[in-house]
Design a protein around this ligand. Structure first.
Ligand code: ZN
Length: 115
């Protein structure tokens, strides 16, 4: 009761998914489950990039991969529409790991000048 079809204006039955008069789907879409396709794809791309570049960061002279992975994973995690946050977290872990790896190597490199 109190619900009317947005298409034809007829009153709808309680718990009805479809207007019996015109056949229009009237089920309300829960906003928490509604994700625009473009944004979910963006989240997927961001999280994938963060994993790939985070892992690339471990290879010699690809420290830029650590930084790209770090940035993309942070953007991915801050995006509320991103359904691939677990992947972004993996990317973040890999990026921080590879960045730390390079920082340690740099510190050791600097120290070797003094010994
Ligand atoms: Zn209707």
């Amino acid at each position: 009761m109190g619900k009317y079809c947005s298409n034809c204006g007829r009153e709808l039955q309680e718990d009805s998914d479809v207007c019996l008069s015109c056949g229009k789907l009237v089920r309300e879409v829960s906003p928490t489950y509604y994700t625009p396709q473009s944004q979910s794809n963006q989240g997927k791309a961001l999280s994938t990039i963060s994993v790939v570049f985070g892992a690339l960061g471990f290879w010699p002279l690809i420290i830029i991969g650590s930084i790209v992975g770090l940035v993309t994973s942070i953007i991915g995690l801050s995006d509320d529409a991103n359904r691939f946050k677990e992947r972004s977290k993996i990317g973040l872990g890999l990026s921080i790991g590879s960045l730390a790896f390079w920082l340690i190597l740099m510190v050791i490199g600097r120290l070797s000048y003094f010994f």
